[in-house]
Design a protein around this ligand. Structure first.
Ligand SMILES: C[S@@+](CC[C@H](N)C(=O)[O-])C[C@H]1O[C@@H](n2cnc3c(N)ncnc32)[C@H](O)[C@@H]1O
Length: 319
């Protein structure tokens, strides 16, 4: 069976700074690599969310190692506020998000995330709802091209969408290898050596799982849940994710991305930021890590610390 090597683990733990008695959330439990390091770093309580039922099931062994300190919740991190509230948790000392899919998911042909294996065209992290095959066989040519362009930054989106529509007229596209072959038939490999199917698979995965919408929801909720001194640490793997994280953190810390000195919004938001940016620039993995674990190559870590209570916390008298 495969496993998942946690990315930028030391930097994540350092940025989160777990303390004894603290309450933390790992919004992307995955293989439990971050979770077990957080629980080892301090005598804290950790809530862990994953939308993949397989991840939650695998986590039972770790939860047994840390009785009453690790609590697993099945669901989407975009619903963290409700999931935690139902468990009686309303404030946190830290939140960590390690975006994207785990090696457990990508290396399992049955999950349909990868063009490296033949499998059903699925890509649903939560194992329910609309699958990649539903999109590929059901969207109009124009809508399909828009998805590839928006979420895969695929410049040949129209050409690929057209080839997909021609192919599905013969028979529905049900497998990863058939989709990859259709893309390769109209798009030669680029000079970087990336498979031509890379961007299309990324786009479908993001759309199937509403990954960008989830990130936006999670960042806002995490910020509201953090108590003063609490930290939000996010590891992103591609520019679409990182752009949302960077913008959110920049604005939360009272800066406006690329402001003019004379822009009144910049002056206003600089007055009383509730957060401090801990990473002026995104942290990157070491060269050794990128050699040991190629998956880490595109990782970017950003972190934010709450320095003033939220209006709701101030109302409840939290200093
Ligand atoms: C990169 S892996 C996390 C690996 C983990 N940090 C570790 O060390 O093992 C990402 C995990 O987050 C989960 N995930 C992704 N998006 C999610 C979402 N919106 N809500 C909940 N879980 C999500 C995936 O199912 C996957 O298991």
């Amino acid at each position: 069976m495969n496993s998942h090597v946690p990315v930028m683990l030391d930097q994540v733990i350092k940025a989160l700074g777990p303390r004894d008695g603290g309450i933390y959330l790992d919004g992307t439990f995955g293989g439990g690599g971050y979770a077990s390091a957080i629980l080892d770093a301090a005598h804290c309580t950790l809530w862990a969310i994953d939308r993949d039922p397989d991840a939650i099931q695998r986590g039972a062994a770790l939860a047994a190692r840390f009785p009453s300190r690790l609590h697993l919740l099945h669901g989407a991190f975009g619903d963290m506020m409700d999931l935690l509230a139902a468990a009686g948790v309303t404030t946190l000392d830290g939140v960590v998000l390690d975006l994207g899919v785990s090696s457990f998911q990508i290396d399992d042909p049955a999950r349909g995330f990868s063009f490296r294996f033949d499998g059903p065209l699925d890509m649903r992290m939560g194992k329910h709802g609309t699958s990649a095959a539903d999109l590929v066989n059901g969207l109009t040519e124009e809508a399909l091209a828009d998805v590839l362009y928006e979420f895969g930054e695929e410049r040949a989106s129209r050409r690929i969408a057209h080839a997909i529509v021609l192919a599905r007229a013969e028979s529905p596209i049900e497998t990863t290898s058939r989709l990859a072959a259709i893309i390769r038939s109209v798009l030669p490999p680029d000079r970087s050596g990336h498979d031509p199917a890379t961007r299309t698979f990324q786009a479908l995965r993001i759309k199937v799982n509403d990954e960008l919408g989830q990130i936006g929801q999670a960042l806002r909720q995490a910020a509201d849940l953090l108590s003063p001194g609490g930290r939000l640490v996010v590891v992103a793997f591609h520019s679409l994710e990182d752009r949302i994280v960077k913008r959110f953190m920049t604005e939360a810390s009272g800066r406006i991305a690329g402001p003019s000195r004379h822009d009144p919004r910049g002056l206003l938001s600089r007055q009383r930021p509730g957060f401090r940016l801990l990473t002026a620039r995104a942290l990157r993995p070491s060269t050794d890590e990128t050699l040991d674990n190629p998956r880490s190559r595109s990782a970017r870590l950003r972190a934010l610390e709450r320095i003033a209570p939220s209006p709701a916390q101030a109302e409840r008298g939290i200093p």
